[in-house]
Design a protein. Structure first.
Length: 134
């Protein structure tokens, strides 16, 4: 596995965990993404799943084509996740009085998944430590 996939996997784990942490305080109760929002958590969950899939595919496939395809799909989904979570960080949902730490962790996780997937697209080595063929 290459450093890019390590980054994507760690960020995907952070993103997945953050979906169950408090995002907003609504009516004095802290709500996670699943309870406070209607659609925003879906791209974030798909980005986390994409990061895990990228790690698994990179480990199990010898051909670079399958991990490359997984990195492309993960990049697109992570970009959507970054945009949606950033929009949710900028605008409070109806009835919310405060943003909580889970929202910021989700934003960091989304950006990390995007960075890991994009770096994975640039790295053509079959595994870490193997020089790139010229």
């Amino acid at each position: 596995m290459r450093p890019a996939e390590l980054l994507a996997g760690a960020a995907g784990l952070l993103l997945a965990v953050s979906l169950f942490l408090p995002w907003y305080e609504i009516g004095g109760v802290r709500e996670d993404a699943w309870n406070a929002l209607t659609v925003t958590e879906i791209p974030a969950a798909l980005a986390a799943i994409g990061a895990f899939a990228l790690v698994v595919v990179t480990i199990t496939q010898r051909s670079p084509a399958v991990p490359l395809g997984a990195a492309v799909i993960t990049s697109v989904v992570a970009l959507v996740s970054c945009a949606v979570v950033a929009a949710r960080a900028g605008v409070l949902p109806a009835g919310a009085s405060e943003r909580c730490y889970g929202l910021w962790l989700a934003l960091a996780g989304s950006v990390g998944v995007l960075a890991g997937a994009m770096l994975s697209l640039r790295d053509e080595r079959p595994s870490w430590g193997v020089p790139v063929a010229q």
